[in-house]
Design a protein around this ligand. Structure first.
Ligand code: 8YV
Length: 312
């Protein structure tokens, strides 16, 4: 029996690419000299597509895939997909929720500890040989502080759970209170920022949250507050954040995501009061394997039963 044809938009791990190729006849779009020309020629042959929260797929590509039925996407984010278009065309899409909650929440705590206790900065200090009798400036305590979570979804919940081990008090901002949540809902984002010592972003990207964190929110967070972003770069007005860090409007920040990835503004890279990570929220061997498995399982489930396991 011939293998089912699958279009893969972007490369994932080597292991994933291999497993996908073992099960399906894979066309690797990124390896085509002219991907759009390839789609113009062969696009109508594909019903199944694999991509990721990083690469998504464009309206231009979709227009050349008239028979597409389903997208199995690697990652929990869906901001690079034209969702309205997918809805209009009845194309189903799955993501990989839940399996990455713990890793992303761990990373949020890593960034809180690193930015407040100045771990990366003191590592740079020690390596440079500057210790040599000089005292390293004091950091700030994390335990017992106030944690404001912007976006109390599955990842926000995992962050809040960890906060209890640090004896932190937790409040959150969502458009609507989360039914059954034991944490206090704060409908006013500015009020949450004023209250919080750490403002952690775990909301989705996209239009609804674009530049939610602006100069006013940063001013409300204040000179002893830290901003932690493990969500999407688009949620933060990056020039406003740079200004706030340069002028000590806030104490510091820990960032895993940026507005124009993989570009990190030079002005951020020059600052010591910000910890900069290269979008590694879900990047552990265990979690990435679970995400890859879920992409394959969604595809298999759709092909066999017409239903996705974790539809968006
Ligand atoms: C991944 C992510 O780095 O799940 C997401 O939405 O941003 C991350 O887990 C990304 O999806 C890799 O493609």
């Amino acid at each position: 029996m011939s293998k089912v044809r699958v279009l893969q938009v972007a490369p994932l791990s080597e292991r994933f690419n291999r497993e996908l190729a073992e099960r399906y006849e894979v066309s690797a779009l990124w390896q085509q000299a002219d991907p759009l020309a390839f789609l113009r020629e062969q696009g109508e042959r594909f019903r199944y597509l694999v991509s990721s929260a990083r690469f998504g797929c464009s309206a231009e590509q979709l227009a050349l895939l008239p028979n597409l039925e389903v997208i199995s996407s690697f990652g929990v984010g869906y901001d690079p997909y034209p969702l309205e278009l997918l809805r209009d065309r009845g194309i189903a899409i799955s993501t990989t929720p839940d399996v990455l909650n713990d890793c992303v929440a761990d990373l949020a705590f890593g960034l809180m500890l690193d930015s407040a206790r100045r771990l990366s900065e003191s590592d740079r200090f020690t390596r440079s040989g500057a210790w040599n009798g000089a005292a390293f400036p004091l950091g700030r305590r994390v335990s017992g502080k106030r944690l404001g979570i912007v976006g109390m979804g599955r990842i926000g919940e995992a962050v809040a759970l960890r906060a209890s081990g640090f004896s932190m008090s937790v409040r959150y901002h969502n458009r609507r209170p989360v039914a059954g949540s034991s944490y206090q809902h704060e409908p006013d984002l500015l009020a949450l920022a004023r209250w919080a010592d750490f403002l952690v972003l775990t909301c989705p990207g996209g239009k609804a949250t674009h530049h939610l964190i602006d100069a006013a929110v940063l001013a409300a967070l204040g000179g002893e507050g830290f901003l932690i972003n493990v969500a999407r770069g688009s949620v933060v007005d990056e020039p406003a954040l740079i200004d706030a860090l340069q002028n000590n409007v806030i104490a510091g920040a820990g960032l895993d995501v940026y507005e124009q990835e993989p570009q990190v503004p030079a002005a951020l890279r020059e600052l010591d009061n910000v910890v900069l990570l290269p979008h590694v929220g879900s990047a552990s061997v265990e979690t990435r394997q679970q995400m890859a498995d879920l992409v394959l399982d969604n595809l298999r489930a759709y092909i066999d039963t017409g239903k996705l396991l974790t539809p968006l």
